[in-house]
Design a binder for this molecule. Structure first.
Ligand code: PRP
Length: 211
């Protein structure tokens, strides 16, 4: 049985469609219930819906053999897992954003609000820029509007949230997309199933069927 942690939500549903085409189907998964675990014995697969930011924890600790996590989570928490494939979906970017017209004064410590404190710290360390990080859990965009910080480091997908709050991207940090990850010992012991899945997904990716 291959245990798969999928991110709950639209991305997870899109990714499941790819797993389905790769031969790991479990039709009940898309039924509108509040159930979180689904199994298809015929295909020897068991799926769990988990919070997107928790997928890597399930995989790292072996509760799931494989999972799908955003590159943002992998960069921020550096879980001890194998990253097997870029699934080329869930694409967005990590960026610095500030109120329109903001000018950085390099003589002052830059105040940065973010959920991604490690990514932000690494980015500014490489730039040699002194910062003061304010860790927030959501609605990051509000911080510079209220004067809590000067800028934010956050995920930008369509750019709509920034625009509607009169903010703009000032620097791109890194492109983000969904990645297939594997538990290190699961990868060894369930290698043939995992390789069959990887081959099925790779074929779709090469045909551009992912999105
Ligand atoms: C993310 C991110 C931005 C928004 C960007 O938030 O933190 O707020 O999406 O998307 P856009 O560029 O398409 O507008 P999310 O919805 O994950 O919620 P959060 O506020 O809890 O981070």
């Amino acid at each position: 049985m291959l245990n798969v942690a999928l991110p709950k939500g639209r991305l997870g549903e899109r990714v499941y469609a790819m797993f389905d085409r790769a031969g790991f189907s479990c039709p009940q998964l898309l039924e509108n219930t509040r159930k979180l675990i689904f199994e298809n014995e015929e295909c020897a697969v068991r799926y769990f819906w988990v919070k997107p930011s928790d997928v890597a924890i399930y995989v790292e600790r072996g509760a799931a053999d494989i999972g799908v996590a955003g590159k943002d989570i992998l960069l921020e928490y550096t879980p001890d897992v194998y990253e097997l494939l870029d699934l080329k979906t869930g694409r967005c970017k990590m960026a610095v954003a500030a109120p329109v017209g903001f000018r950085d004064d390099p003589r002052r410590t830059l105040r940065v609000a973010t959920k991604f404190t490690n990514i932000a710290r690494d980015y500014y360390l490489k730039m040699g820029r002194e910062i003061d990080i304010v860790h927030l859990n959501g609605s990051i965009e509000i911080a510079p509007i209220l004067g809590l910080t000067d800028v934010i480091v956050d995920i930008v997908e369509t750019g709509k949230t920034l625009k509607e709050n009169n903010l703009e991207v000032t620097q791109d940090i890194v492109p983000i997309s969904a990645r297939l990850i594997a538990n290190k010992s699961g990868y060894k012991f369930k290698n043939s199933e995992i390789m069959r899945l990887v081959a099925g997904l790779s074929e779709q990716l090469s045909k551009g069927e992912a999105e």
